[in-house]
Design a binder for this molecule. Sequence first.
Ligand SMILES: Nc1ncnc2c1ncn2[C@@H]1O[C@H](COP(=O)(O)OP(=O)(O)OP(=O)(O)O)[C@@H](O)[C@H]1O
Ligand SMILES: [Mg+2]
Length: 252
Amino acid sequence: MLETQDLGVRFGGHVAVNCVSCRFHPGTLTAIVGPNGAGKTTYFNLISGQIPALQGRVLLDGLDLSAWPASRRTRAGLGRAFQLTQLFPRLSVLENVRLAVQATRSGAHWRGLNPHSTRSDHPDLRDRALQLLESVGMSNQAMSWVASLPHGDQRKLEVAMLMALEPRVYMFDEPTAGMSHDEAPVILNLIRQIKQDPQAIVLLVEHKMDVVRELADRIIVLHNGELVADGHPGDVIASAVVQQAYLGKGDA
Ligand SMILES: Nc1ncnc2c1ncn2[C@@H]1O[C@H](COP(=O)(O)OP(=O)(O)OP(=O)(O)O)[C@@H](O)[C@H]1O
Ligand SMILES: [Mg+2]
């Protein structure tokens, strides 16, 4: 189980995440919704260790990760989609995924790997990397440079690399944002697959309510950094607090 206890941070005088306590269980996809600036991405950053918390704790299976850097949390099973800045832009798409697979297999943090090491050429790693690229529909781009990929493909690559880590916790922050109508279903299908794993804890920040309605087992709502609703999707979407939080937004 993943748990946050009184987790919070402020930027200057602005409280971006305010004492959020929540538990996330295996085999459950929890959607995190709320208006722009509600603190959703910041909440993810606090869980993954991208930014230090001002207060509160993050626990995975009872283990307190709060003082750990992001890389160690990743090794412990907290999987955050990669950002482009974390990739090796001068290596091919395939080599980037292969390094992520290799990091997972060796228990190392993948940024600590030498991309030119001979061990990394092991055919198993390459096969697994190719399989992951196929699952996101990117077999044709295996030899492309990461830096040359269009936006939608970059997002798909992030998901392939997240899957390479085989994490306990999958954190998706608007995974289909900026994708075309053709591309989004590929990612949503993968999330559907991941959700079948009874051990996986899946967190999904998503603005599109039709996607949330279909995928989520549970919805939590953040508003001004506070957790203001938590429950079954139908109930939460119908609740006054969500209607109010989304007032002026057409998609709720
Ligand atoms: N590094 C930062 N420095 C200063 N303020 C920040 C920083 N990161 C986020 N904020 C502020 O914290 C608040 C929460 O931002 P956050 O990005 O978490 O919102 P969000 O719910 O993810 O919004 P969106 O739906 O637009 O992605 C916002 O007011 C934002 O401007
Ligand atoms: Mg955000």
